[in-house]
Write a protein that binds this ligand. Sequence first.
Ligand code: FE
Ligand code: CA
Length: 525
Amino acid sequence: MIDLHRRRLLAASGNIILLAGLGRAHDVWAQPRLEGYPYTLGVAAGDPQPDGFVIWTRLCPKPLEEAGGMPPRAAIVRWEVAEDERFSNLARAGEAIARPELAHAVHVEVDGLKPGRRYWYRFTMAGADASPTGTARTAPPADADSARLRLGVAGCQNYESGYFDAFGHLSREDDLDAVFHYGDYIYEATARRPVGTADEHGRIRARAHLGQELYSLDQYRRQYALYKSDSDLQAAHAAAAFIVSFDDHEVDNNWAADKDQDGTPAEIFALRRTAALQAWYEHMPVRRAQFPRNGQLQLYRRLDYGRLMRLHLLDTRSYRDDQLCSPRDKGPCRTQDRQDGTLLGTQQEAWLARGMEGGRRWNLIAQQVMMMPMARTGPDGRRTSSTDTWNGYPAARRRLIEAIEARGLTNVVIASGDAHHHYAGVVPARDEEPDGRAAATEFLATSISSEGDGTADMTLSAQLLRDNPNLKLHNQQRGYQLFDVTPAEWRTTLKVMDKVTTPGGQISTLKSFVVEPHQALMHEV
Ligand code: FE
Ligand code: CA
């Protein structure tokens, strides 16, 4: 009914009012006059469906000032979605309200579009230049046997660690259907050393956050404004729809459900998490299903690309048991001894298992932290694993492997991040047999900037490869990955930056791996 009504409105007039279902505010500013260009943070699209996607912007004439330089009034913004870059054939158009409660962010769930097609979108207001133009592609029809799909994978963009040129390069990749962002979109903490100096690991502080560690809603908002002022990040958003997640640094390093890493009482940490997740929602191109409520939000969700691929986006933060040896105990922890523990929570685990029965050619589990077994031998000869990844929750990993095997699936690919290096490897069916049969393949994408320039010297990885026979590649540079998916093969390409601590870094292809859907194996091509 609503859709029909909207179509009639659209047909009747080029100047219609679609308020995106949000209702009228009492004091809506129909002809806003702003002190400066409103779209300093760019535009974004997200979560493609066959009939549309989300489009996003935030009115923010003075990004680093209080309230982004906006007066405390709701304002009307017009939006347009066109079949061509010059906006001569409008497909949909309407108006939305940018509200001060949401930092004047606008999320429009555009529908009524054709499947499997590229569109262009922009925002306009009276008395101001139009926003930059973004482009996004709708997903193919639900029953389509699509021939191809191309996804970018990126995340971990510490502003202080380097420049975002990798995002500029990603924006120029051909034919992107979407970008999966695995999280660490902002970092909450600020380095204490001067810009231009290095820490004890040789990591240079390339740029400076504005203040100290984030706790309040306004501080988180200003951090998003700082990051989103970056032209390379804006270019990546303008080039393709993003399918966004969050990891720990959108809130606090290594948070776990209602616990932070410092042992803060849960009800006090909840205040910080509530502020952080509101700011995340405000700045991400997500649907109303992800609107925060009571300090939580529904991050995990599914997106289908016809019959070719089902993307299961997980939330490995909000429902997990606390990390072993937390807080602040740096001693060795035998994660393999942990017989229980959940990373996804019972409900999400069941949701994921059910969803893999969809009969798609590929199942992509798009999530945050490393799933494959990974141990490092320390100088004392002791083998340790991260307690923050699936390695800290081996029982949860075992249950997921059982769910994959019970359904006879050989087509599960894991995308992850968080580790700031590229890793390609397999998740073995049994932890004790890392070179045995595999249950899934995993591609962990390195960071955009976090940890700085890194090194192209891959001989440093030899020990790690020896220690972990399920690991096929490890590289310590910055960059991103590309997934080229067809019914016959999954091809992952690892891209690396020569430098990020000064602007103008160049991208190159490190390696490509191919997976076939009938066996969880990868080979280099
Ligand atoms: Fe990170
Ligand atoms: Ca992380």
